[in-house]
Each structure stands twice: as C-alpha cells, then as structure tokens.
Design a protein around this ligand. Structure first.
Ligand code: DAT
Ligand code: MG
Length: 140
C-alpha cells in the first residue's frame, strides 16, 4: 500500500499532563512520521465543527467543553496504512477496553478524556487535515 496520511489530535488531558512527548514517541515508534504539527487552543465553535458528526449524542456538550478547555496539538501523520495503523496505536475509545501498550490504555483518564483523536477513514482524514492545515504546512 502507498503512503497514507491521517489526522491526529493530542487532546487537552494530554497537554495538561505534559504527555505530548511520550505520546509522540509511541507514534514514531509505530512507524508513523509526524509531517505537520502545531499547538492550538480550539474555540467552542471549532470543536463543534470538528465533532459535528456527534452533535445528537448525549455526550456532545461535554466533549466540546473538554476539547476547548485547554490547548491541543494537531498533527498530520504519514505512513503505510496510516489511518488504521494509528487507530491500532491509539487503542479503543474506552480506555478500559484498550489493548495493553496502546496510548489510551497507558494515558487516557476515561472515555471522554482519552488523550488522542485519530481519523477513522480516508474521507474524514482528508477533511480533518484540510480543516487544520494549509498545504504548505505539511512537509512529508
Ligand atoms: P474515537 O475518538 O475513538 O474515534 P468516537 O468518534 O466514537 O471515538 O467519539 C469521539 C469522542 O467522543 C471520543 O474520543 C470520546 C467522546 N465519546 C465517545 N463516546 C462517548 C461516551 N459514550 N461518553 C463520553 N464521551 C464519549
Ligand atoms: Mg472518531
């Protein structure tokens, strides 16, 4: 398979606890290259847009609140099969169900504050990357 790109967020619970370096080490050890990265503080509106697919879910308000409460690090990761590979490295959404060695198993606090986001499909990856990065900010 050709090189693929996925969109990643190191969430507020991770930046607050100074875990961005440890998480990046796991990303790189998994063979994913960080080809774009910046620290941003999402507005509520940006968080609402980003998670619009979940707007009818009961946890949406809390999710938007948490995502805009502190800075995040947004990233583009590149590698073979990067979308699926990163989902494996992240672990399950619920950290109690995440496999040993995954980011969420090691660092997530709970279902909402689960340390990382990763795109779930090629279409969402392209959309999410375009929402946060200009083409010339991505250096592969
Ligand atoms: P993922 O982040 O694994 O792609 P998702 O897209 O289903 O999971 O949900 C997006 C985020 O919303 C998830 O990372 C944390 C939050 N979330 C999902 N389900 C939740 C729940 N049942 N209770 C609280 N937060 C939840
Ligand atoms: Mg998702």
């Amino acid at each position: 398979m050709a090189l693929e790109r996925t969109f990643s967020i190191l969430k507020p619970d991770a930046t607050r606890r100074n875990l961005t370096g440890l998480i990046n080490a796991k990303i790189e050890a998994a063979g994913l290259r960080i080809v774009a990265q910046k620290r941003v503080h999402m507005t509520r509106a940006q968080a609402e847009t980003f998670y619009a697919v979940h707007k009818e879910r009961p946890f949406f308000g809390e999710l938007v609140e948490q995502m805009s409460a502190a800075p995040v690090v947004v990233q583009v990761l590149e590698g073979e099969n990067a979308i699926l590979r990163y989902r494996e490295v992240m672990g399950a959404t619920n950290p109690e169900k995440a496999d040993a060695g995954t980011i969420r198993k090691e660092y997530a606090l709970n279902m909402g504050e689960n340390s990382v986001h990763g795109s779930d499909a090629p279409e969402t990856a392209a959309q999410e990357i375009a929402q946060w990065f200009a083409g010339n900010e991505i250096v592969g």
